[in-house]
Every structure is written in structure tokens, then in C-alpha cells.
Design a protein around this ligand. Structure first.
Ligand code: AOF
Ligand code: ZN
Length: 367
């Protein structure tokens, strides 16, 4: 059904799709390439804010030449009337002869209708080419549709012995510039970045993207602040970017007013022993349309998310310092007595970044 050229064009479409990550929520990041006689006539990807869709952009580039061409799309073209007419109709109107789609769209407004509309119009339709790669790019969109919460990547950065700071809290820097640049790249592809109060107090972070050319890709900062104890002087509140603060019921009203006055958006979520309910926090982010969340600490929040089995992926950065057992551990207590009870992750990627190491771990399927 597919030949080498099909795979090559779909790979190009997947590369274009990635450009949208972190800027298109709640929409998926889709890529589209329009090809005729081995020549690319149009390239498109979902635009910031989620519209125009990838197909619209690629068709506009191809113009009249699209007649008789093939379209490679990383997701089934949409079939619903949103802010613009359906992409399936646009492909039909442009005279596209063949559509190759990598994956289906679970949005109930689409869900097979895009492809059947194309088939009904006499277009040759093939699906499933590089589907795993496409699903990987849209893990956020798919997770939100399936579970009502964003895909969650947890960052852990520690010493050679898994400590994130010395006993006195000194943590700058365990990893070097190359590892920290990679963290900023992950931030750039996230819709939201989560931290707990321990990290806010210890680091007073800005949680933005400080990579040349990607400064406008900073995700929405989300503070998990049960009792609304964020100090009004927090650097995060003076960046001019919106900040979301999740808090427990029954917080101090004047404090809420002060934080709102500084531009923060406050959302109440259910409490749980020791803080906020991790499930309720992620559900609140999903309800707000966020599809990709990146948690940057600290150890207690990380442990709570792992315990609730909400962590889809762990980005683990190791620096070469040996800190010793007085140092602060990467994870707070998990209360395990038997290893059989431990959450398991499997390594799917690893790389050396300067003198440091990076590895990516995915939730292991239950055995
Ligand atoms: C496509 N190409 O590039 C994207 C699609 O709010 P709307 O009207 O933009 O519709 C959002 C839905 O459209 C989204 O849930 C998903 O089903 C689809 N996204 N479809 O054909 C694209 N981003
Ligand atoms: Zn569309």
C-alpha cells in the first residue's frame, strides 16, 4: 500500500507537525505535504493558536497546482465546521487525487468522518503510514481526548547519586549548559509547566524559554499552591506572562485578591492529604485545553504524581557530581516496602549532553 517515497513524504510532514508543539493546544500539531510527480507543491503545519490547520496552509501554497496531487497528512483531515470549513472539503475542492494519513483523529466531530468524506468524493485514501510516530507527536492531544488530562513529562535532574541539591539546598549547577538547553527545548514543546511550592521558594524560577529564537515559546506556568502562599514578590508574577495558580478550597480572600491583582489566574481544585489532589490538578489543566504538561519539581510533587500514576514520561538528567546521602533526593517518599509495588518506566532514549547524560523513560506497560 505504501512505498519508500510515501514514507519519505510522511516523514517530512511529521517534521513539519512538530513545529506546532507547545503552541496549538487544544488542537493537535498536524503536518501536511502536497506532492505531485515527486515535487513538493505545498507544506503546512497547524498554526499557533490551533488555526489555520495544516492542510489549509499547504493547499494555499500549492494553489491550482494541487489538482491531481497527493496530500500527506499526519492526522485524519477534519470533517467539522470550526472557525473555517472542514479540511476534508478543502482537499476535495482543490482536486487532490490521493490522501495518505498517518493516524485517525479521535475528536468526536471527526473520528473517521474525515476519511469517509474523502473516499465518498472518489479520492484514494490510505491510512496507518508511520502511525506510531504520528501518535507520539500527538501524545498530548490523544491523552487529553482519552483521559481528560494532558500528557505529563516529569523532569528530574540530579547528581550521579540521584541527589538534586546538597543538604543546604545548593543546586546550581548540577548539570551543565547543554543539559539545561535541552530542558528549555522540552519547555518550548509544552503547553504548561508545573512546579510546587518547594521549588518556587528555593529557586524563584521564571519558567520561560531562554533559547535564541524560541523566546516566544514559553509555556503557561502553573503553580501548585494549596494555601496560596506564593509571595507577591515571586519573579514569575513580574514576567508579564499569564500564570495559573491551582489552590485548595478555603484560601485567604485578601491573598487571592493580591495575586489576581498581579495578573495570576486562580483555579480551585480538590485537596488531598499533604496538598492538592494530583488527579484534580491535571483534570483542571485538561479542562482548560492544555495537552502537554512538563513538571519541573520538586521532589515531593514528583513523588505525588508518580504515586498517582500520572507520569507518562520522565526526562532524567544526570550531572557528574557525587553529593552523598545527606543531599536532597530526587523523589520524596513513596512508602514502598516491596519492589514489586514500584512504578516502572523503561528507557526509550538516551544521549550524552556535554559532560552530562540525558535519558527518557516511559511508563512501562503493566506486566
Ligand atoms: C486538521 N488539521 O492541522 C488540525 C486539526 O477548533 P477547530 O475548528 O480548529 O478544530 C479543532 C479540531 O480539528 C481538533 O480537535 C482536531 O480534531 C482537528 N485538528 N485537523 O485537519 C489540523 N490541527
Ligand atoms: Zn482541518
Amino acid at each position: 500500500m505504501f512505498d519508500d517515497a510515501d514514507a519519505r513524504w510522511m516523514r517530512a510532514a511529521l517534521t513539519l507537525a512538530r513545529r506546532g508543539l507547545g503552541r496549538v493546544a487544544p488542537n493537535p500539531a498536524v503536518g501536511c505535504v502536497i506532492v505531485k510527480d515527486g515535487v513538493v507543491l505545498g507544506r503546512g503545519w497547524t498554526q499557533p493558536g490551533g488555526r489555520p490547520h495544516a492542510e489549509t496552509m499547504a493547499l494555499a501554497q500549492a494553489g491550482e497546482a494541487a489538482r491531481g496531487a497527493a496530500a500527506y497528512v499526519t492526522l485524519e483531515p477534519c470533517a467539522h465546521h470550526g472557525r473555517t470549513p472542514p479540511c476534508a472539503d478543502a482537499l476535495i475542492a482543490a482536486g487532490i487525487a490521493r490522501v495518505v494519513a498517518a493516524a485517525g483523529d479521535p475528536d468526536p466531530r471527526v473520528d473517521g468522518r474525515g476519511l469517509s468524506r474523502l473516499r465518498a468524493a472518489g479520492i484514494a485514501v490510505a491510512t496507518g503510514l508511520l502511525e506510531a510516530e504520528a501518535r507520539e507527536i500527538n501524545a498530548g492531544f490523544l491523552t487529553r481526548h482519552a483521559l481528560g488530562r494532558p500528557w505529563l513529562t516529569l523532569k528530574l535532574a540530579g547528581s550521579i547519586d540521584g541527589r538534586i541539591a546538597t543538604a543546604s539546598g545548593d543546586s546550581r549547577w548540577i548539570t551543565g549548559p547543554a543539559a539545561r538547553a535541552r530542558v528549555h527545548l522540552i519547555r518550548a514543546e509544552a503547553d504548561a509547566i508545573l512546579v510546587g511550592m518547594g521549588t518556587l521558594r528555593a529557586d524563584d524560577p521564571r519558567l520561560d524559554v531562554r533559547l535564541a529564537g524560541l523566546e516566544d515559546r514559553s509555556p503557561l506556568p502553573v503553580l501548585l499552591d494549596p494555601r496560596l502562599s506564593t509571595p507577591p514578590s515571586a519573579r514569575l508574577l513580574s514576567t508579564g506572562r499569564p500564570t495559573l495558580i491551582l489552590h485548595a478550597p478555603g484560601v485567604d480572600a485578601p491573598r487571592a485578591k493580591t495575586l489576581r491583582g498581579l495578573g495570576a489566574e486562580l483555579v480551585e481544585v480538590a485537596a488531598a492529604p499533604g496538598g492538592l489532589s494530583p488527579e484534580a490538578c491535571l483534570a483542571a489543566l485538561g479542562a482548560r485545553g492544555l495537552t502537554r504538561a512538563f513538571c519541573e519539581g520538586g521532589g515531593r510533587l514528583a513523588a505525588a504524581l508518580i504515586e498517582a500514576d500520572l507520569v507518562d514520561e520522565i526526562a532524567w538528567f544526570t550531572g557528574g557530581a557525587a553529593i552523598g546521602s545527606e543531599g536532597m533526593p530526587a523523589l520524596g517518599p513513596l512508602g514502598l516496602s516491596r519492589l514489586a509495588e514500584a512504578r516502572r518506566y523503561r528507557c526509550v532514549q538516551s544521549a550524552r549532553l556535554g559532560p552530562d547524560a540525558f535519558s527518557l523513560w516511559r511508563r512501562a506497560d503493566p506486566t
